[in-house]
Design a protein around this ligand. Structure first.
Ligand code: NG6
Ligand code: CA
Length: 521
């Protein structure tokens, strides 16, 4: 008998031990993997790259094998949006998760503009730092520097390092704006203190040549704007004096930033890191390295896209060589839609041929039509994101809260939606609605519908030859049936139009409702 009792006791204790162990296993299973992992995050951001520019997005005249590999090996979004049809506001939204129209200073900035992100504001890199990430930016900034009256010969502060980046190596504004120098962690690279930099956006420095007065010195001619100081034979926006040894060589910029990005990922391979790699292509002036000249057959604009494709391929190769590809989420997108002639005679119009930078979309950079903000949008994570196509509506705004969810942070912002499952390809349900912006005008997308309110101003920007979407009447398009926005249905769909206007106004508010009303900090 005693033996039997002992046997039963043993049996039940083994049985219960087994059951409780199983429960633990099940519990562990239920915890989503993503909440415990800290993958590296690389956001690669092109400048003015259009929806139809990549092979994977239908381009036939331009070869982009590396970006195609990313798109076809990851998730290709067909309804992915930049927050605005110009650079500064889109970058503001990407880094803060806040709609750019809430911040009146989020407009195309001169090189002398002060920093437009409040240093107390939430940002993507700050959020990641709190989760143990090392954070770096390499490339274009264009969110302002300093607090007014920057002395370019001292520490330039506040800047990226004050809004969450541990490391920064940037160009201040755009490739066509002065100062034409790299700034690393707040200091101009290669600056000779005996040749200080002076910058002015209103008046020239005495005796300094300009594009307007010295056309004989130009290797690239200006078409509109871009006729102030001449650097490397290219006339720029704004006046600059001094800093000779620090001036970048435009044709080397892609190699320079790529080397920085590669060095950054190698140096931080033991820590989780966030790299924001902000490419300068294909923004003007288009200055491909000699290795890429003539490679696209479409002139310098095509050549710098081929160059951009190459740098992306090289960075991915580095991640692979370092064994990081399985542990790195890569996001690729563009800050706004395409423009062909953006101020220089660079053969972009003449050599465009059959290439359609916006694909089938209407408009382009600066436009409230789709091509202004709908851009290539790719998420790639080897072994984690199943290759596919997502038609879900997503915005770059959503990266803040989605990436927070990925790294187990509960931070969010009122405008940034948690789309992590969508970005990971686990859900196809995107946003319900999105406010679109172009040069301080806003429109509204909900479901398949887009409503554009009436705006004053020219229908077409004649310089860049882009339809801006200004009209005296409301416009309403059904993108499912009419992706090219040819049939304004506002007149026949009063019900739908009213519904869209009401919802839009509720979200958009009036211009007086400023950023302060949101919980930002
Ligand atoms: C415009 C420039 C354009 C480009 C743009 C900014 C002129 C006439 N046009 O003012 O060339 O620099 O600003 O582009 O100066 S963005 O992609 O950074 O928003
Ligand atoms: Ca841009």
């Amino acid at each position: 008998m005693k033996k039997e009792i002992r046997f039963y006791l043993l049996f039940f204790s083994v049985f219960f031990a087994f059951i409780s162990c199983r429960e633990n296993i099940d519990e562990r299973k239920e915890t989503p993997e993503t909440t415990t992992s800290k993958p590296n995050i690389v956001v690669i951001y092109a400048d003015d790259l259009g929806y139809g520019e990549l092979g994977a997005y239908g381009a036939t005249e331009l070869k982009t094998p590396n970006l195609d590999k990313l798109a076809n090996g990851g998730l290709k979004f067909t309804n992915g949006y930049a927050s605005s049809a110009t650079c500064t506001p889109s970058r503001y939204a990407l880094l803060t998760g806040i709609y750019p129209w809430r911040n009146k200073r989020a407009k195309i900035l001169p090189g002398t503009a002060p920093l437009i992100i409040d240093t107390a504001q939430k940002t993507l890199p700050k959020m990641l730092k709190k989760q143990g990430y090392h954070t770096g930016i390499v490339g274009k900034w264009h969110l302002g520097l300093g607090s007014g009256n920057v002395d370019w010969n001292q520490e330039i502060i506040p800047g990226p390092n004050e809004v969450g980046f541990d490391y920064s190596n940037i160009l201040a504004a755009t490739q066509d704006r002065v100062p034409t120098v790299y700034i690393e962690n707040g200091y101009v690279v290669n600056l000779d203190p005996n040749d200080p930099i002076e910058i002015d956006y209103d008046k020239n420095f005495e005796g300094e040549p300009t594009g307007l007065e010295n056309p004989e010195m130009l290797k690239m001619k200006w078409h509109h704007g871009h006729n102030n100081s001449i650097v490397n034979g290219i006339p720029r926006i704004g006046f600059m004096k001094g800093g000779e040894s620090a001036k970048w060589i435009d044709e080397d910029m892609a190699d320079y930033f790529l080397a920085e990005a590669q060095q950054y990922v190698k140096a931080h391979k033991d820590a989780p890191f966030f790299l924001y790699y902000a490419l300068q292509q294909p923004h003007v002036p288009r200055t491909p390295h000699a290795r890429f000249v003539g490679k696209s057959g479409l002139g310098p604009r095509g050549d710098v896209i081929v160059e951009a494709d190459w740098v992306v391929g090289e960075l991915i190769k580095t991640l692979a060589a370092e064994g990081m590809l399985e542990n790195t989420l890569v996001v690729f997108s563009s800050d706004n839609g395409p423009v062909v002639n953006d101020g220089y005679y660079d053969d972009s119009v003449e050599k465009l041929g059959n290439h359609k930078p916006a694909g089938v979309l209407r408009g382009g950079k600066y436009s409230l039509f789709e091509a202004g903000t709908r851009v290539p949008f790719i998420t790639y994570w080897k072994g984690k994101i199943k290759p596919g196509i997502s038609h879900a509506l997503v915005s770059q705004l959503d990266l803040f809260t989605s990436i927070a969810a990925l790294v187990n942070s509960s931070e969010s912002t009122p405008d940034s939606k948690n789309m992590l499952d969508v970005f990971m390809g686990k859900s196809s349900i995107g946003r319900d609605e999105l406010v679109l912006e172009a040069t301080s005008r806003t429109a509204f997308r909900k479901g398949d519908w887009v409503m554009i309110p009436p705006y004053e101003g020219p229908a077409i920007n004649k310089y860049v030859d882009i339809e801006l979407a200004n009209d005296t009447i409301y416009q309403l398009y059904n993108l499912k049936e009419d992706l090219g926005q040819q049939n304004n249905l506002a007149g026949n769909n009063k019900g739908k139009l009213d519904e869209m206007i009401q919802l839009f106004q509720k979200i958009r508010g009036s211009d007086d409702q400023e950023i302060q009303q949101l919980e930002l900090k």
